[in-house]
Design a protein around this ligand. Structure first.
Ligand code: FDA
Length: 298
């Protein structure tokens, strides 16, 4: 990332929320479930699947966790009612992981059961490294109870990740968005890519279903090679991308006969997610400048 971009990334938390909201609108469906449904319908019409995320991370009481769980049950009902090709992605901290792990297990268990009854699926997002053990343990517990409609996420950035592969059946593999210290995480972009490639190979070799979640051209190329060399059919893996990021590359994957799932966040708690997306945009300086110019225009 260029010097100016890096400076702007550092300054982003000081940028007024209104500007962050405008800059990041392409990454978020909108504030309501209606917005998410509209976006999922469009994606489905383009031959893409979706995974719906109810935004909300910083919760401070059990009722807030229950509210988020309720919102997910509504999402399942709409997906079923409208026959949308979509599942959901959940964040354990939003469902009370730090507040009360028992409550979190209860809420996730209910969501996975609801999904199962409706023929749907729950992906548990991976958050920062303080939550990795608890997240993997919750996933493994659900699978041990016979719940096969649940999947988890591994982050190539973490040094531990290759060691976590054994016994996982359904994994989204991504680089990992959270800033982690060198003792536990690769810092160099090339090392993170190498870890991604090795972890993908290990997951595919053990027969796991992998959601290959990246917009990085070299990793997409490598993944295409790995699935081709193993002779996998299109139902045995999927690519995944974030709403608003490289949609034209997603179109090309779909045209190439691959399955693609797009991550569709919606809700009123959009700020933290938006900051993370903007901080990852390699053209952030140009993006901010264009917004400023647009506002200066009479
Ligand atoms: P990289 O960041 O190098 O991006 C590759 C290219 O994509 C860039 O050069 C640029 O062209 C484009 N690009 C990327 N981000 C952009 C942006 N915001 N705006 C414009 N262009 C952009 N992380 C995590 O820790 N836990 C999780 O559960 C998930 N879940 C998840 C689901 C899905 C479906 C995806 C795609 C990603 C995640 N992530 C995640 C985020 C992931 O860890 C990672 O931070 C981002 O995907 C960016 O990494 P890339 O592999 O795309 O490479």
């Amino acid at each position: 990332m260029a010097l100016l971009d890096r400076a702007i990334v550092r300054a982003l938390p000081a940028v007024p929320r209104g500007i962050v909201g405008r800059l990041s609108s392409r990454y978020i469906a909108g504030p309501t479930l209606e917005d998410a449904v509209r976006v999922v319908r469009r994606l489905n019409a383009e031959g893409k699947m979706a995974t719906v995320d109810v935004l909300g991370e910083e919760i401070h009481d059990a009722e807030a966790a229950r509210d988020i769980a309720r919102a997910y049950h509504q999402v399942f009902a709409r997906i079923e009612g409208e026959k949308l090709d979509a599942n959901v992605s959940i964040k354990l901290t939003g469902l009370g992981l730090v507040l009360d792990e028992g409550l979190c297990r209860e809420l996730v268990g209910e969501l996975v059961r609801d999904a199962s009854v409706r023929g749907n699926f729950v992906r548990i997002d991976m958050e920062d490294s303080t939550t990795t053990d608890a997240t993997l343990a919750l996933y493994r517990g659900l699978r041990a109870d016979g719940r096969d409609n649940v999947g988890v996420v591994l982050q190539a950035r973490l040094r531990r990740t290759e060691g976590d592969v054994a016994g996982l059946h359904n994994v989204r593999l991504c680089k990992g968005i959270y800033v982690e210290p060198p003792a536990i995480a690769y810092q160099d972009a090339e090392e993170i890519r190498a870890s991604f490639r090795r972890t993908l190979a290990a997951l595919l070799d053990q027969g796991a279903y992998v959601g290959i979640a990246t917009h990085d051209e070299s990793l997409i190329d490598d993944a295409l090679r790995q699935v081709r060399e193993r002779g996998l059919s299109r139902e045995q893996y999927e690519f995944q991308m974030l709403l608003g990021v490289r949609p034209e590359r997603g179109d090309a994957l779909v045209r190439g006969g691959h399955r693609l799932r797009v991550y569709v966040p919606f809700g009123t708690h959009w700020y933290e997610y938006s900051l993370r997306r903007l901080q990852e945009n390699p053209a952030i300086a140009g993006y901010v400048a264009a917004d400023v110019l647009r506002r200066l225009r009479p």
